[in-house]
Design a protein around this ligand. Structure first.
Ligand SMILES: *Cc1c(COP(=O)(O)O)cnc(C)c1O
Length: 235
């Protein structure tokens, strides 16, 4: 958006619109729902606009982009790794990330445990559920969850804080069904006692579906375009 000639010639409009988008979002999101500004592909300047509006939670899907931006902000910012995390990249985020939303395999779990143990730190993570059972998507299938929880319980540096999901592209009725399924899983786990595992966060909902997600029980929404405008991957 910022790169188009029209917007580039009207910088104030851009600045105002990030602020406006945020204040509109904040009035439409209940207070107990955490808003994460998904800042992938965005410039530090755009992110500072969001920061100036009071946002402190930023979501990135690439480790390299996150660590680069990390140095541009103070300690009050909470960084969320929301995209697939490769095992060889875990070492770069230790101590920098507030919440990893994308625990999606036992091998990744083992690597997070190892890297955080050697730093003497704990990692807060969400288990990502591939609720639409899409082959090209990351996340575990619901029937794989029990085994993952058993592995998580054996860890001493990984603390599970809830579940995350990204839906397939589908209509609103289907969205509702998918969100409801994840919510039911989250609820059923909440009633159980585990070590290292707590169902505090339910991270679901993006620009196109966050309202439905909140109705279905989400308490953490990840919003990019609804704050910063359309993404341009060719910058
Ligand atoms: C990009 C992304 C979002 C935000 O998507 P928008 O449609 O821009 O709100 C949320 N979650 C994940 C995992 C993403 O990769």
């Amino acid at each position: 958006m910022k790169n188009s000639n029209y917007m580039a010639s009207k910088k104030e409009t851009v600045d105002l619109s990030i602020k406006e988008n945020i204040s509109r979002l904040l009035t439409s999101i209940p207070e107990d729902v955490k808003l994460i500004a998904v800042s992938k592909t965005r410039t530090v300047e755009e992110m500072k606009e969001a920061y100036a509006s009071g946002l402190r939670d930023f979501g990135e899907n690439k480790v390299q982009e996150l660590t680069k931006k990390y140095d541009e902000f103070d300690e009050s910012v909470r960084w969320h790794l929301i995209g697939h995390l490769q095992r060889n990249k875990v070492k770069y985020i230790v101590g920098k990330v507030s919440l990893i939303h994308s625990l999606d395999s036992a091998r990744l779990l083992a690597e997070i445990e190892k890297q955080y143990a050697s730093a003497g730190l704990d990692a807060d993570v969400l288990i990502e559920i591939n609720i639409g059972r899409e082959e090209n998507k990351t996340g575990i299938l619901p029937e794989e969850l029990e085994e993952m929880l058993i592995q998580c319980e054996k860890c001493s540096h990984v603390k599970v804080k809830g579940l995350m999901t990204v839906l397939p592209i589908c209509g609103e009725d289907e969205q509702k069904q998918y969100f409801r399924q994840v919510r039911h899983i989250w609820d059923s786990l909440r009633e159980r006692q585990y070590s290292n595992i707590e169902m505090k966060y339910l991270s679901m909902g993006m620009t196109g579906d966050y309202k439905t997600a909140i109705i279905e029980g989400s308490n953490m929404v990840r919003i990019g375009e609804g704050i910063f405008g359309k993404r341009n991957y060719n910058i």
